[in-house]
Write a protein of this length. Structure first.
Length: 96
């Protein structure tokens, strides 16, 4: 099991905490807050990625993997974990 797989185990729980529409930054913040050990392991696993940007790599993988759990709507700018405005995906929960 990869570290991303460990995080994905918690996606349904985190989706239950999200509004009907949410962006990747909001999802990542909740996931990182609720499941810090798994999040830190994911960062550690990406410590040697190109450009030495483990946060960017982990967040990209999380956002891309949301396609299996939510419906992509569009992109928008919002603050990332560093407070910088960045483009990211907006999602809508799947209907049960």
């Amino acid at each position: 099991m990869t570290v991303l797989d460990e995080l994905k185990l918690h996606y349904p729980e985190i989706l239950g905490l999200m509004d009907e529409e949410f962006d990747s930054h909001e999802f990542i913040l909740k996931l990182a807050h609720k499941h810090q050990p798994e999040y830190v392991r994911a960062l550690y696993a990406c410590q040697n990625v190109k450009d030495r940007a483990p946060f960017r790599e982990v967040h990209k993988q999380i956002s891309q993997s949301l396609h299996d759990y939510a419906i992509y709507i569009n992109d928008k700018n919002s603050k990332d974990i560093w407070g910088a405005m960045q483009s990211n995906a907006v999602w809508r929960k799947h209907k049960a």
